[in-house]
Design a protein around this ligand. Structure first.
Ligand SMILES: Nc1nc2c(c(=O)[nH]1)N(C=O)[C@@H](CNc1ccc(C(=O)N[C@@H](CCC(=O)O)C(=O)O)cc1)CN2
Ligand SMILES: Nc1ncnc2c1ncn2[C@@H]1O[C@H](COP(=O)(O)OP(=O)(O)OP(=O)(O)O)[C@@H](O)[C@H]1O
Length: 296
């Protein structure tokens, strides 16, 4: 079911929800995209490496070559999507930023959420803007001046280049400072010298992750920026939730229209964590069962 509408029109108040059949992501892509000058990736047969640096030492030569091929395919696709994002009309981008955030802000699954992890968008990376969402989560009083129950917000902090990222709790955008990549991040300690809460050490679960990415498809595939930070953190958080008997967090990505690619174009490895739903300027796209159950 699709609900086409022009981007010039304001986002609808009744949000369109695209219902799709969830398909288990495959380990390889076998179709040629008409849009991309990419060769179909070969069948990949490797197991996930225990760590990227250890990959070539622990995998067979054939598996290591397959893994290298997959990483190369991802790099080619990233270059293509970055170029498409660069060519995007700024007015269109601004409109899509507003539409995407409005969809989230008005959604019951967002309004009822008590804790979430979200990215701090970086305009030079041409990521979907999250500033309105962050202001909303961090606001402590409503329009009538009544105090609101604080929702816990955790944001990323890269700890090292070995896929180690933490999600730390912030209570204000003033808690953020630009890192070497020019992305705003929290310091590990707050202004009072107290350690910020790490989502992995919190007593309560988060309801959702709002995810960035370079490209997505409607079967749940997500192409990140190549650091392996999110796949690693999501895997660890999913394991933690399982151990504690918590509901798994909803994994929701935000995407400009040009970032949604045909199915099977995005190469995926066994360690790539699929998303549950996708918010594009034209609506919420439900992908996995958990999103059908919690977002309708
Ligand atoms: N806003 C935001 N914060 C985030 C992420 C993200 O994707 N977006 N991350 C998600 O992991 C982590 C940081 N990872 C990053 C990985 C690469 C680049 C980056 O600037 N990449 C350049 C290419 C650099 C190169 O090829 O040498 C680029 O994408 O153009 C930035 C952040 C944590 N914080
Ligand atoms: N769970 C994991 N276990 C082992 N290695 C991993 C894992 N996740 C990612 N990696 C490694 O991290 C590197 C980057 O992976 P990849 O290109 O898939 O990142 P990405 O999905 O774009 O990044 P992100 O997860 O931050 O969005 C690769 O060398 C990959 O093998």
């Amino acid at each position: 079911m699709t609900h086409p509408r022009t981007l010039a029109s304001p986002p609808p108040t009744t949000l369109p929800i695209h219902i799709l059949n969830y398909k288990t992501p495959h380990l390889h892509s076998s179709t040629l995209s008409p849009h991309l000058n990419l060769r179909p990736p070969p069948r990949l047969t490797y197991a996930p490496p225990p760590s990227s640096s250890a990959a070539s030492k622990t995998m067979s030569t054939e598996a290591a070559l397959d893994h290298d091929t997959l990483l190369k395919q991802k790099r080619i696709l990233r270059t293509k999507v970055k170029s498409d994002l660069k060519s995007m009309d700024p007015a269109q981008r601004a409109q899509e930023d507003i539409a995407i955030q409005k969809i989230v802000l008005e959604a019951p699954w967002y309004k009822s959420c008590k804790g979430l992890c979200a990215y701090i968008s970086c305009s030079s990376l041409r990521e979907v803007d999250t500033s309105n969402l962050l202001s909303d989560v961090l606001q402590t009083t409503n329009q009538d001046g009544h105090s609101l129950m604080g929702r816990k917000l955790y944001v990323p902090r890269v700890e090292d280049k070995n896929r180690h990222m933490r999600m730390l709790k912030i209570s204000s955008v003033d808690d953020l400072i630009a890192n070497s990549m020019n992305i705003l991040e929290p310091n590990p300690v707050d202004a009072d010298g107290n350690e910020r809460e790490d989502v992995m050490l919190a007593n309560d679960p988060v309801d959702m992750f709002i995810l960035p990415g370079l490209a997505f498809d409607k079967s749940g595939r997500r192409l990140g920026r190549g650091g392996g930070y999110y796949d690693t953190l999501l895997m660890n958080y999913q394991n933690l939730a399982k151990e504690r008997g918590w509901k798994q967090p909803l994994l929701i990505a935000l995407s400009y229209s040009v970032q949604i690619l045909d199915e099977n174009v995005i190469p995926v490895a066994p360690y790539d964590i699929p998303i549950d739903a996708l918010v594009s300027p034209s609506g919420l796209i439900l992908i996995r069962q958990t999103a059908f159950e919690r977002c309708q």
